[in-house]
Write a protein that binds this ligand. Structure first.
Ligand SMILES: *Cc1c(COP(=O)(O)O)cnc(C)c1O
Length: 366
């Protein structure tokens, strides 16, 4: 079978990033849960995380965690999307830990764990303002913690956690981390024992760590994005931070083939309606320009802003599901049909490309 488009994963670069980030966290007394969902749960990526010192492997999808386990990952597995009640029987068989936020699910989870003859560890989520999962009031969190501790005997309350910088874009400031610490202490007081885990968030929660203001109580971060994207990642939170410049940006590279080269007008000719995705697009008339069509499209990578051509002077201008138009008027290189063009990738492009059945993944330095 033809191998293009090709997604190249350089495991040396990946392990360099993982070891670096695990090292930063270790210095601050924090263990890393290695989040593999951005790679659609590639087992080789989970094994890299294990080698690089992560303490858990985490994903938002059970099938990805099951795959990691099957591939020989020995670390405890952590489910980071609040589970569906319909998947709890599988959940307790596949993973040892999960993030939880509601009494009904916890009740059913306890039953599932009892049925499977296991003790399942739960981390209760505090919503500190990002408005995704979790309890929004401290008292609610304390009540839920006591409920797990006192009434659900096949569950172990391992700790509490939070998620920021996600749907609500809230920055994980020192203040938010202090709030999490405070809530953790309140839960400890209510249950009369220390918690093992205080999980401070995702890649964006590296910011208080960089600023050396992370409260000592926070002892877990769940890290995905930054190890895959390195300094290319435009996470609002890490944007402009020099710390991430140490990391490698060449973990994933996309290679797509040129199928047409032509010089054409830059403004469409005719009455304009909507594009292939029903969007009303705007077009800047830059006169006639040389452009290449690549055999890859939004069906594979999502949005054109998430793929960054590694060809000087080239710019992605438009795309349909299966075609990408690259402006090459200002390129010094002479691009011909049959050539390939390489791209660095942002987070959502990695997420989609690893899941695309049209894309071949080539693993280097595994
Ligand atoms: C995706 C996710 C993470 C990892 O986020 P990154 O930004 O990729 O580091 C951590 N925690 C939860 C709950 C998540 O859903």
């Amino acid at each position: 079978m033809n191998k293009r488009p090709l997604l190249i994963l350089d495991h040396d670069a990946l392990r360099f990033n993982m070891s670096t980030v695990v090292g930063w966290c270790r210095e601050a007394g924090i263990d890393v849960a290695g989040v593999i969902k951005a790679t659609t749960g590639m087992a080789s990526v989970a094994l890299d995380y294990e080698r690089c010192g992560a303490k858990w492997i985490a994903s938002s999808r059970l099938e990805q965690l099951a795959r990691a386990k099957k591939a020989g990952v020995k670390l405890p597995l952590l489910m980071i999307r609040i589970p569906m009640i319909s998947e709890l029987d599988e959940l307790v068989r596949i993973c040892e830990y999960s993030l939880e936020s509601g009494q009904d699910t916890l009740y059913s989870l306890d039953k599932a764990a009892e049925k499977a003859g296991v003790t399942h560890n739960v981390i209760l989520m505090a919503d500190l303002g990002d408005l995704r999962e979790g309890l929004i009031e401290k008292t609610e969190l304390i009540d839920l913690a006591k409920y797990v501790e006192d009434s659900l005997h096949s569950l172990h309350l391992a700790g509490i956690g939070t998620n920021l910088g996600c749907v609500g874009s809230v920055i994980p400031t020192e203040e938010k981390m202090l709030m999490l610490s405070d809530w953790a202490e309140a839960v400890e007081e209510a249950v009369g024992r220390p918690l093992e885990v205080v999980s401070g968030g995702a890649t964006s929660s590296l910011m208080p760590l960089f600023d050396k203001v992370m409260p000592p109580k926070v002892n877990m971060l769940r890290i995905g994005a930054i190890v895959y994207c390195g300094p290319n990642e435009d996470l609002r939170s890490c944007y402009g931070r020099t710390e991430a410049d140490e990391l490698r940006g060449d973990v994933f590279t996309l290679e797509a083939e040129v199928v047409e080269v032509n010089t054409k007008p830059t403004h469409p000719i005719g009455e304009l309606g909507v594009n292939a995705f029903g969007e009303k697009a705007t077009y800047v008339d830059r006169g006639d320009r040389k452009r290449a069509i690549l055999a890859i499209g939004r069906a594979d990578y999502g949005d054109i802003g998430d793929i960054l051509p590694q060809l000087e002077g080239a710019e992605v201008t438009m795309a349909s599901g299966d075609h990408t138009i690259l402006d090459i008027e200002d390129c010094k290189e002479d691009i011909k049909v049959g050539d390939t063009v390489r791209f660095a990738l942002k987070y959502s492009a990695i997420l989609r490309l690893t899941a695309s059945e049209n894309v071949t993944i080539e693993e280097k330095n595994i």
